[in-house]
Design a protein around this ligand. Structure first.
Ligand code: PMP
Ligand code: GLN
Length: 413
């Protein structure tokens, strides 16, 4: 293989996805729903594929995004960005948020540039930045010390530590808001602190907001791109897979100013060219419908999904607390971190030099038939210790699936 791939061979989804299947484990690991996307979006996909209205929907569409899709995305995001978006030049489509991240990192970052990455981070940021020849600089969210259950809001960036990662070489900072795996929804003051550093060090912000609609309680999701002086220097990412509970559809979008979107489109046009037309058509029509009912919070999927997920989040937190784990209650997203240090389980040596959470998660899958994710995968080598006393649970699952997990815990106690 190419030298640039050295050190990126391991992948947590590949290992733990397979383990879950091999052991027929109950799967609260990799993030995907075990229920169907909204029926109207499925119907639109079937209709797009059957071609009864338009046979061309099975052929290539515009490279940078199917016109119907970029048009509705411009309508959806203009109010949230606080400006009128140009669908052709401010939006670009790629293969999932992964594809958009790839276009941004390859399209905007030079070898030798430094990229500040907030930990814990969605794992692909690290290899993508390294494969681009850039140098990652990591800064962790640190949970405040307190007794009992934590909130994702208790995980904070230290302003001094954060600024110490910036220099004249910094090209970008990558944030994930809401954060996977912590569920943190960044507050206005926190985003302002990041924005001020972007301006001071003249760098861009890559803001991965794929969980933007899953916001609980009274929390509000704010786009860093909407802060003063940030539109010009921010790429914001979204995902149809997360928005419509259809992770296998793999369609994502980047939103930003022309000068940042253009290089991403250049990369995409030559490496991917275009994304599947029927998927783009169905997602476009689905979003048009959701926009038309956006004032009906309990009907519009963009708001109703979070209402549906909140009791699941609370049920899982209760199960975890009962068994002696200390959960961090997420303000957003569909993952929950839980501190396992009080469990005192003797994990057999599995012959690897991996962090404790990897061993714990392998043991849990093999012995208890429950699949979860080891969060040290979301930290760089030097900071794995910050993640290894936690595990990550996914709660976008049927109530019966979460009830089965609770049974596993009860039997184990
Ligand atoms: N970013 C985050 C934070 C994610 O959790 C995911 C989930 N896979 C992605 C990006 C990638 O999204 P997609 O499936 O649309 O490629
Ligand atoms: N984003 C999902 C998660 O965090 C899935 C990632 C993947 O499968 N590559 O679980």
């Amino acid at each position: 293989g190419a030298d640039r791939l050295k050190g990126t061979e391991k992948n947590v989804w590949v290992e733990f996805g397979k383990l879950a299947v091999d052991y027929k484990a109950l799967n609260l690991g990799q993030g995907f729903p075990d229920f169907k996307p909204p029926q109207h979006v499925i119907d639109k996909m079937v209709h797009a594929v059957d071609g009864s209205d338009n046979a061309l929907l099975s052929q290539y569409t515009r490279s940078y995004g199917h016109p119907r899709l970029v048009n509705v995305l411009a309508k959806l995001y203009s109010p949230l960005m606080g400006r009128t978006l140009d669908p052709m030049n401010n939006i670009t489509i790629s293969i999932g948020a992964y594809g958009v991240l790839f276009c941004a990192i390859q399209g905007l970052i030079n070898p030798g540039d430094e990229v500040v990455i907030v930990e814990p981070y969605f794992d692909c940021y690290e290899p993508m930045v390294k494969v681009a020849g850039a140098i990652p600089k990591y800064v962790p969210l640190r949970p405040i010390k307190k007794e009992g259950v934590l909130s994702s809001d208790d995980w904070k960036l230290d302003p001094v530590e954060l600024e110490s990662k910036f220099s004249a070489k910094t090209k970008a900072i990558m944030i994930n808001n809401p954060n996977n795996p912590v569920g943190k929804v960044f507050r206005k003051e926190e985003l302002e602190m990041i924005a001020n550093l972007c301006k001071k060090y003249d760098c861009i912000c890559i803001s991965d907001e794929v969980y933007e609609w899953m916001i609980y309680d009274d929390n509000k999701h704010l786009k860093i791109a909407s802060l003063p002086g940030m539109w010009e220097r921010t790429i914001t990412m979204g995902s149809a897979g997360k928005t419509f509970s259809a992770t296998g559809w793999k369609l994502g979008w980047g939103v930003g100013p022309d000068h940042l979107i253009k290089p991403m489109q250049v990369l995409h046009q030559n490496c991917i060219y275009t994304c599947p037309t029927p998927i783009q058509e169905a997602v476009a029509e689905g979003l048009e419908y959701e926009l038309s009912i956006q004032d009906k919070k309990e009907e519009c999927y963009l708001t109703s999904l979070a209402l549906e997920l909140k009791p699941k989040r609370d049920a899982l937190a209760k199960s975890l607390t009962e068994i002696g784990m200390i959960p961090t209650i997420p303000d957003g997203g569909y993952f929950m971190m839980a501190d396992i240090s009080n469990l005192n389980i003797d994990i057999p040596d599995d012959g690897t030099k991996d962090p404790y959470d990897f061993k714990f998660v392998r043991w849990l899958c093999k012995e208890k038939r429950l699949s979860v994710i080891p969060p040290s995968a979301f930290y760089n080598q030097e900071h794995k210790n910050l993640g290894e006393k936690f595990v990550r649970f996914c709660f976008i699952k049927k109530d019966e699936t979460l009830a089965k997990a609770d049974e596993i815990f009860k039997e184990w106690k």
